[in-house]
Design a binder for this molecule. Structure first.
Ligand code: HXC
Ligand code: NAP
Length: 296
């Protein structure tokens, strides 16, 4: 991967008109997206449950980008009143906000029959209910105050459309978030809002890797090997895409889901894709056999 393409893709100052709330912005992909937004001149509020983590992320992000317009608000996205309070703090600090990245999530791998009803609910509550809470509270504010243009990006996954075993609560929730994205893209366009989603493939983060690839699963199911391009994603690649979707350069993109996975999900879907394990020599023999079939 050429380092040049890990730099901001948009021109300096492209997001000076954006005040962005990033849920789960204290770690992983949320923090990387916050960094890119700050580099492009946005004001950014990160929110999640762990105040110590958020405080440290604010200090890191300020130091990394030199942009002082970064704040945090503590909230559990499962709690609607708590979400409203956090958004109020953000409005008090920045005056307003006009963009949102629904990125907070909870997930872990498990055979579904081993899950308690509560364990299943916890994932739905963070991912689907949480996204609904932040979206609804923000949307009511934007409509009431006639804030426009507004841009929302929801972080889903490729199994939002394929489904996946062993992460069933997450798959069901992300599918719900995708349906919400497409529904509101149409319903709330009249208020000057755009809704899009991004479906990342494997991007290494501690949060995801510890819960999805614990122990020796990491070697056994090396995610890079599942990707036709032969590597995992770089955080800046995702952050550049999301920055573009949030920006007014994407003002005509609404209701879209953009996959950024190096071709991973399609490799799993195409029935003959596993044939890339067939050697050239084997193909010579197979070709002869296939040609003979015509003569029979
Ligand atoms: C079975 C489990 C379990 C496990 C927890 N539980 N871990 N059950 N197997 N490995 C059960 C608990 O016993 C409990 O049920 C219920 O789940 C809730 O657990 P708590 O620990 O009380 O919940 P909470 O403190 O709210 O924590 C939520 C969490 C945790 C999701 C369990 O991991 C978390 O905070 N995660 C946030 C960050 C995260 O998950 N990041 C990864 C996102 S990656 P009982 O019945 O005992 O009460 C991602 C990638 C997608 O989304 C695509 C990748 C390609
Ligand atoms: P991560 O670092 O664990 O990020 C999840 C964030 O969500 C954390 O910062 C966490 O902060 C926050 N969060 C969790 N529960 C919350 C709650 N109830 N209220 C508020 N905040 C909460 O993992 P990540 O890999 O960066 O994941 C980020 C997003 O990318 C998720 O939507 C995930 O589904 C998606 N994604 C990731 C991958 C990947 O390969 N990494 C692939 C596809 C999709 P606190 O603990 O402080 O609350």
């Amino acid at each position: 991967m050429n380092e040049k393409y890990l730099q901001p893709m948009l021109r300096e100052g492209s997001l000076r008109d954006k005040t962005v709330v990033v849920t789960g912005g204290g770690s992983g992909l949320g923090k990387s997206m916050a960094e890119m937004l700050l580099r492009l001149g946005a004001r950014v509020a990160i929110c999640s449950r762990n105040e110590e983590k958020l405080k440290k992320a604010v200090a890191d992000l300020h130091e990394l980008t030199g942009n002082p317009d970064i704040m945090y608000a503590v909230c559990d996205v499962r709690d609607y009143d708590g979400v409203e309070q956090a958004l109020e703090q953000i409005r008090e600090h920045f005056g307003s906000f006009n963009a949102l990245i629904n990125n907070a999530a909870g997930n872990f791998v498990s055979p579904t029959e081993r899950l308690s009803a509560h364990a299943f609910d916890v994932i739905i509550d963070i991912v689907l209910r949480g996204t609904k809470n932040v979206t609804l509270a923000s949307g009511k504010y934007w409509i009431k105050e006639q804030i426009r243009p507004v841009s929302v990006v929801n972080i889903v996954t490729t199994y939002a459309f394929t489904g996946s075993g062993y992460v069933v609560p997450s798959a069901a929730s992300k599918a719900g978030v995708l349906a919400m994205t497409r529904s509101l893209a149409v319903e709330w366009a009249k208020y000057g809002m755009r809704f899009n989603a991004v479906a990342p493939g494997p991007f290494p983060t501690k949060g995801a890797w510890d819960r999805l690839l614990p122990g020796d699963l990491r070697q056994k199911f090396d995610p890079a090997k599942r990707v036709p391009l032969g590597r995992v994603g770089a955080h800046a690649e995702l952050a550049n895409l999301v920055s573009y979707l949030l920006s007014e350069y994407a003002a005509y993109i609404n209701g879209e889901v953009i996959t950024i996975d190096g071709g991973e999900w399609l490799k799993g879907a195409g029935q003959f894709n596993a044939f890339d394990q067939v050697s050239g020599h084997q193909w010579d023999m197979l070709e002869q056999m296939i040609r003979k079939a015509k003569k029979k």
